[in-house]
Design a protein around this ligand. Structure first.
Ligand code: SAH
Length: 318
């Protein structure tokens, strides 16, 4: 009986193993007469896949898959971004072309608008308009220069030639009414002692900004006066009166105008002569009328101004 009791008594080591945190399960197993789960280490040693090992393998598999997926995603992103870069470039180019085209169109219509304003406003209003917005003047001149490129002949060439022929070298004073960027002054450098380049806005330091209907020059100071495509505003008569005032007797007056603005050239010449000038030379081509006068008399104080009108020179939308 004692031997039997000893055999039935649990071994102290086993009691120690079942004690502690897992003792509850040990009791349960004992109750269910279960064999306790063998420690993991011993299982691993015999190559059986435990849940932990399975989990690790699964994780390895997952991370490999994830890496592959990440690489594929990266590749796709690169490809995608390359594609979208190409698309962006294409779109950009198209937009650029559109902007360029649009901008050109906008500038062209702004030029046409300003040009029309210059022909219809009084010179005082035109002066105020550009004083308030000198950038608009740059737009106007960019447009004007673009137009000039289309002409077969640059009228400044003819004007410069007449000045060289008609003005004494070295001592003469010239007034360029509506000079733009003062190209004539650069052409006549060395020939004229002084060129007064007048315009509504000073595009460079050669130019004096003013309304040429009231220019800041004394009476009879000039040997020559030029209007090269600059008889613009509504009060043209004031400009001719001003040219007559600053010119000395026998002084030279050069006028170049668009043919389309002049209904009858002879009538126009007659009108100019009524300001105290005499026509010396006259030439016309398909687009322009070139006129050369000299000042034949001083205008009397209070002498009424002949009414001078020209059609506006409007540029068509292309
Ligand atoms: N003569 C230059 C520019 C011609 S464009 C050339 O041949 O290159 C006409 C010029 O006349 C413009 O620059 C315009 O600003 C100028 N203009 C028109 N009305 C003017 C005014 N009232 N006072 C000064 N300049 C004027």
């Amino acid at each position: 009986v004692n031997r039997l009791r000893r055999l039935l008594q649990p071994a102290p080591a086993a009691a120690a193993t079942d004690a502690g945190p897992s003792s509850r399960f040990a009791k349960k197993r004992k109750a269910a007469n279960e064999t306790p789960a063998k420690p993991v280490e011993s299982e691993a040693s015999i190559g059986v896949e435990t849940p932990v090992k399975r989990q690790k393998r699964h994780r390895r598999k997952l991370s490999k898959k994830r890496l592959e997926a990440a690489a594929a995603a990266e590749e796709a992103r690169k490809l995608g971004s390359e594609k979208s870069d190409k698309n962006r470039r294409k779109k950009g180019a198209a937009a650029g072309a559109l902007i360029g085209g649009g901008e050109q169109g906008l500038l062209a219509s702004k030029f046409r608008y300003l040009n029309e304003q210059l022909y219809t406003l009084s010179s005082a209003d035109a002066f105020e308009m550009f004083k308030a917005d000198p950038e608009a003047f740059k737009v106007y001149h960019a447009g004007y220069s673009a137009q000039r490129q289309r002409w077969t002949e640059d009228p400044i060439d003819w004007v410069a030639k007449q000045c060289r022929l008609g003005l004494p070298a070295g001592s003469s004073v010239l007034v360029d009414f509506g000079c733009g960027d003062a190209r004539l002054a650069s052409r006549l450098e060395g020939h004229c002692a002084k060129v007064h380049s007048l315009d509504l806005v000073a595009l460079n330091n050669r130019v004096t900004a003013c309304d040429m209907a009231r220019c800041p020059l004394g009476n009879g100071i000039a040997h020559g006066a030029v209007f090269c495509l600059s008889l613009m505003n509504a009060n043209l008569s004031d400009f001719l009166a001003e040219a007559s005032r600053v010119l000395r007797l026998n002084g030279l007056l050069c006028i170049v105008e668009a043919r389309s603005r002049i209904e009858r050239t002879q009538r126009f010449v007659n009108l100019i002569e009524r300001f105290g000038f005499q026509c010396q030379r006259r030439r016309e081509d398909k687009y322009l009328v070139y006129l050369l006068f000299n000042k034949s008399r001083n205008r009397k104080a209070g002498e009424p101004l002949p009414e001078l009108r020209l059609k506006p020179c409007l540029y068509k939308k292309r």
